[in-house]
Ligand binder design. Structure first.
Ligand SMILES: C[S@@+](CC[C@H](N)C(=O)[O-])C[C@H]1O[C@@H](n2cnc3c(N)ncnc32)[C@H](O)[C@@H]1O
Length: 282
């Protein structure tokens, strides 16, 4: 198995365990961290997990869909998904965003969730069954090679997933391929700069959505290189270095203040961004 496949295997195992029966221990921001969501509405003050969701949205989904949410901010809050449209959610996890998207598109629309972790697909299907929705399906597959036809989607959304992919350029090429001409994407994801080497080499920090995060400039360049136009960062939430150090569960040594100072000295930055882009040719 090559290095990239090995990374994906580790990520798959991590999220398979994270969503297993009574575990909520290892989400986007690391084992036991609360930053990426949890059973209570409002978690995300320190991090980004349940940010950009309305109370009405969260009240309208099965409890487990919110409980097993591992995102970094609701992408749909920045989209203009409309009734009758087709939406693909890349790395759909336990189905929270897919279920909310299904309410936006209504019975005449369609939502497809794609995830490479079988346990996630299983939980998402159960959540959709509980939500009583007939317009959502989930497919197991890799974002770098999606089992979806060309030019079939009006929107692609994703929440805290592409940072986990070893080949981000490939993911954006795939998103471009499956979008109809004029189709749009709204991606919520983590970006980071000047991470300490011990973080970059940590598979725990990769699974925690930090070590695989690239800089915002690199991220945007990959989106543009895939062919998208009107590429914009429509929202950016920076994580303070002390929180970043604690939520990913890595120990850089020293007190929280020393860690924050060291991160500031090295220019370490971690943020959740929302990226909008359009496929030309409507
Ligand atoms: C941090 S979780 C976010 C899940 C969901 N979007 C949410 O907001 O709760 C990342 C998800 O992406 C999936 N994933 C990671 N890499 C993937 C890839 N290359 N292809 C498909 N799914 C992937 C994982 O299985 C996991 O369910």
């Amino acid at each position: 198995m090559n290095k990239k496949e090995e990374v994906k295997r580790t990520v798959r195992e991590h999220y398979g365990k994270a969503v297993s029966a009574d575990s909520r221990g290892g989400g986007c921001c690391g084992p036991g961290a609360d930053c990426c969501g949890g059973p209570s509405v409002g978690i995300g003050v320190e991090g980004f997990g349940m940010t950009n969701y309305t109370l009405v949205e969260l009240a309208s989904v099965p409890e487990d869909a919110a409980k097993y949410s591992f995102g970094c901010g609701n992408p749909l809050a920045f989209s203009e998904v409309q009734e009758g449209q087709t939406v693909v959610d890349i790395g759909s996890g336990a189905g929270l965003d897919a279920i909310i998207a299904a309410r936006h598109v209504g019975p005449a629309g369609r939502v497809i969730g794609l995830d490479m972790t079988p346990e996630m697909i299983q939980r998402a299907r159960e959540n959709v069954r509980q939500a009583g929705l007939a317009n959502v399906t989930f497919l197991q597959g890799d974002a770098e090679s999606m089992p979806l036809a060309d030019e079939t989607s009006d929107w692609v959304i994703s929440n805290c997933v592409i940072n986990l992919a070893p080949d981000k350029k490939r993911v954006f090429q795939e998103i471009f391929r499956i979008l109809k001409p004029g189709g749009r994407m709204l991606i919520s994801d983590m970006v980071a700069e000047n991470l300490p080497p011990e973080v970059l080499s940590s598979s725990e920090a990769w699974c925690g959505c930090i070590a695989g995060a690239v800089s915002e400039a690199e991220y945007i360049a990959a989106v543009r290189a895939a062919g998208f136009k009107d590429v914009r960062v429509v929202n950016r939430a920076e994580m303070d270095p002390r929180t970043a150090a604690s939520v990913v569960g890595f120990d850089l040594g020293g007190s929280p203040d020393e860690i924050a100072q060291s991160a500031a000295k090295h220019g370490t930055r971690v943020a959740s961004i929302k990226v909008a882009a359009v496929k030309p040719g409507a």
